[in-house]
Design a protein around this ligand. Structure first.
Ligand code: NAD
Length: 412
């Protein structure tokens, strides 16, 4: 088997939100794309959206008509896996379901040429479990794009346990050719970005139950410089996405922290797209308006869960959400999921709207002084429990007088 991979012909499986953005990014980078969805009307609608996107770019003077025509000509709809036989690299972007993705990877493995690279755009599934159903696990990896994929700069390249270095190199080179900010991440639930986000969102949700309002949490974090607070973000992305994933997986529905989301979704309050979520929206407007119905719903759930309510100030909101992010980032670094703190910073700056002037969450932590942060984490651990236990790496760095930026490949 050749150890260097030359990616020329690409293919994308899935013509939904992510598939469309990925196809645009590939074609814009000059790569031919074969495009397959089991619902041909999705690919057809996708092609119409591509044409519209490039026509708008022509209208704005960003590209000329010949470039738009060339981009569209690079994309070819196919309806059978046998038509993908010559692809050098395939990116799968179908529903977030392990069994479905495994079935597709089995088919790809048996149809594509032996040297083809197989990638998944999964947000959180186990890349090794996907690779394991193929006869070529060293050629399987994650290519985690962010939504909308043709706009967002970040690309997490997820290394499976068996992914060959040359395959990783080819994927990084492809991402760079697409103009992406490429970060290599290890394989763990949520990779770098979403794994950290989970801890941050958990604090935001807990703060609601303890007495803060969605607007207060969002404004405190926007005051820090985030492009968008967590509840506005959920309204934009759609509260129902995670809710449906919980239902599909048949797990996680009972967790106390998702009870507000569950209740909002049960009322059809999926977010901005339906005019109501954590906020309400006037028809045709994106302005997030305070909704007393949500406050009443949160209060009822907090009472049902027996959570003690109190007045919460903005400083506590920033402290808990930011320190949760940093502590998880330190664990990610310690476990070698990220090879340096700068990579974690790039993920947060380019994929999650972390304020640019801070340099990213890990750089921000170094600037605060790790000794100060460690003391604050220990205080939170005493107040709220074991999930605040500081990462061992932070303790070692403080003892050695070092910074997160001094850590390389998981070692200080
Ligand atoms: P989507 O629901 O918009 O689109 C999924 C597409 O897959 C649909 O067009 C569907 O027809 C097609 N499909 C389903 N089964 C298929 C099959 N057997 N063969 C071929 N096509 C099939 O989903 P999405 O939001 O584009 O998400 C796709 C993947 O990207 C998921 O794994 C998701 O977790 C991941 N992701 C999503 C986002 C996001 O913000 N939407 C961000 C990053 C990653």
């Amino acid at each position: 088997m050749s150890t260097s991979y030359n990616v020329q012909q690409t293919a994308v499986i899935g013509a939904g939100t992510m598939g469309r953005g990925i196809v645009i990014s590939l074609a814009r980078a000059g790569l031919p794309v074969l495009w397959l969805d089991n619902d041909p009307s999705a690919t057809e609608a996708g092609l119409a959206m591509l044409a519209q996107t490039w026509a708008q770019q022509v209208g704005k003077g960003r590209i000329d008509q010949a470039q738009a025509d060339a981009c569209l000509a690079r994309v070819r709809q196919v309806t059978a896996y046998t038509e993908l036989a010559e692809a050098d690299l395939v990116i799968e972007a179908v529903y977030e379901n392990l069994a479905l993705k495994q079935e597709i990877f089995r088919t790809l493995d048996s149809t594509l040429k032996p040297e083809a690279i197989l990638a998944s755009n999964t947000s959180a599934l186990d890349i090794d479990a996907i690779a394991a159903v193929t006869g070529r696990p060293e050629q399987v990896l994650g290519l985690h794009f962010f939504s909308p994929a043709h706009v967002m700069k970040l690309l997490e390249v997820v290394r499976g346990q068996l992914t060959a270095p040359a395959v990783l190199d080819a994927a990084v080179a492809l991402g760079q050719r697409m103009g992406k900010e490429v970060v290599v991440a290890g394989n763990c639930p949520g990779f770098i970005g979403n794994r950290m986000l989970r801890t941050y969102v958990a604090e935001a949700r807990q703060l609601l139950l303890e007495g803060a309002t969605p607007r207060q949490v969002d404004e405190a974090l926007q005051g820090f410089g985030f492009a968008m607070g967590p509840f506005r973000m959920y309204d934009v992305v759609g509260i129902d996405l995670e809710w449906r994933a919980r239902q599909l997986a048949g797990e996680g529905m009972d967790a106390p922290l998702v009870q507000v989301d569950n209740a909002l979704c049960a009322l059809g309050r999926f977010g901005q797209k339906v005019g109501q979520g954590y906020y309400r929206y006037a028809p045709g407007s994106r302005e997030a308006l305070h909704d007393p119905e949500v406050d009443a719903l949160v209060l009822k759930i907090a009472q049902d869960l027996d959570v003690r309510r109190r007045v919460i100030d903005d400083e506590e909101i920033r402290e808990r959400c930011l320190l949760a992010l940093v502590n998880e980032g330190a664990k990610i670094l310690e476990q070698g999921i990220a090879s340096g703190s700068q990579d974690i910073d790039r993920v947060y700056l380019h994929g999650y709207g972390f304020p640019a002037e801070t340099g990213g969450p890990m750089c921000w932590a170094d600037r605060q002084g790790l000794g100060v942060l460690l003391a604050r984490l220990e205080r939170l651990q005493g107040l709220f429990g074991e999930h605040w236990r500081p990462a061992g790496l932070l303790m070692r760095l403080v003892a050695a007088g070092k910074r997160l930026a001094d850590v390389s490949e998981g070692r200080a």
